[in-house]
Design a protein around this ligand. Structure first.
Ligand SMILES: NC(=O)C1=CN([C@@H]2O[C@H](COP(=O)(O)OP(=O)(O)OC[C@H]3O[C@@H](n4cnc5c(N)ncnc54)[C@H](O)[C@@H]3O)[C@@H](O)[C@H]2O)C=CC1
Ligand SMILES: Nc1nc(O)c(N)c(N[C@@H]2O[C@H](COP(=O)(O)O)[C@@H](O)[C@H]2O)n1
Length: 283
């Protein structure tokens, strides 16, 4: 890592985070939890956009909140993103905080059921791993695509120390298959269970993008899977047409609209020009 890439971070800046972080030494119990400790985190504009458009990487976090994200990365065993984020951003997905060694780096996990991420040996996450500045990615692909996967990408992944995990397809819903359901979708219960049992991950930071975040926020069942949220809000409007965070509408018992998601144990912290909300879903 060059010194230009290295971020510094004063731990006292993160005092407010402590109760929301996974345990440093997870205790084993006779009834181990089936899912990893899961933190949902992202940066959004004032109009709740993650980026200017689906394919555009957009820098929202200022230097302090960016360092906070890299601290969070160093405190989780893995970071998860959807494949469209990998395609759009060519991300490094490591922690660039001074003093974080390879052991302290998170494992990047990309949810890519159809193996459509056309990475090369030069993709950042692979270069970062080969240079010893991060771990190589695990890519979760639908097991029914195993026969169609090209050998080059499997080799480049293996060279860097990464691998594909083949996850079984969910049984399809009865009834006609519409074009919108023709793409594989797993439940978050299934994804998190698989990541814990097969990828051996105890703590997971979910970074995005929009499809991933909106689906996690769109049902009480999914919200129960989230232990903490860390959301940075930057002082900018990106304008209409961006990738928006806005969960599905929810209705109450008599059909009236109710809030989609509420939070408890909320703390707001000003970091430079940004505010960072830490909280837990109220479900
Ligand atoms: N500001 C921020 O903090 C962040 C911004 N971004 C931005 O978000 C944008 C990308 O977001 P999106 O286009 O919404 O895509 P996305 O990154 O959420 O990926 C969506 C894809 O992931 C896979 N996927 C997601 N959930 C799945 C499930 N339950 N089962 C199976 N497959 C699943 C599918 O292939 C789906 O098409 C980019 O512009 C990126 O720069 C991404 C992460 C963080
Ligand atoms: N916290 C945060 N702030 C922003 O402004 C962002 N654009 C993102 N994006 C996420 O970080 C990934 C890039 O990571 P590297 O710096 O390349 O390691 C990107 O893919 C999003 O997951 N996050």
């Amino acid at each position: 890592m060059t010194s230009q890439d290295t971020l510094t971070f004063h731990p006292q800046t993160a005092c407010f985070l402590a109760p929301y972080l996974p345990a440093v030494f997870p205790t084993s119990s006779t009834h181990p939890h089936p899912h990893p400790f899961t933190t949902l985190t992202y940066a959004a504009s004032l109009d709740s956009h993650l980026s200017l458009s689906p394919g555009a990487q957009t820098y929202l976090s200022g230097p302090l909140s960016k360092s906070l994200t890299h601290y969070l990365r160093s405190r989780h065993s893995a970071i998860l993103i959807g494949v469209s984020t990998a395609v759009a951003d060519d991300p490094g997905l490591n922690s660039r905080l001074r003093g974080v060694d390879l052991e302290g780096q998170p494992r990047p996990i990309i949810i890519d059921p159809d193996f459509r991420w056309e990475f090369t040996r030069d993709s950042r996450v692979l270069k970062t791993a080969r240079e010893g500045n991060g771990k190589a990615p695990y890519i979760i692909v639908n097991a029914s695509n195993a026969a169609a996967v090209d050998e080059d990408r499997l080799r480049w992944l293996a060279e860097a120390g990464g691998r594909v995990f083949w996850m079984p397809e969910l049984p399809s819903e009865p009834g006609p298959r519409s074009s919108s359901s023709s793409r594989s979708r797993w439940s978050w219960d299934q994804i998190l269970g698989f990541i814990k049992s097969e990828c051996k991950v105890d703590s997971l930071m979910i970074e995005g993008g929009g499809v991933v975040i909106n689906s996690l926020l769109s049902s009480p069942g999914n919200l129960k899977l989230i232990n903490s949220v860390v959301i940075t809000i930057a002082p900018v409007y990106l304008g209409q047409g961006g990738v928006n965070v806005s969960p599905a509408a929810q209705t109450g018992e008599s059909g009236q609209r109710v809030s989609a998601v509420k939070f408890k144990e909320v703390q707001w912290n000003v970091l430079g020009n940004d505010v960072v909300m830490v909280a837990r879903p109220d479900v």
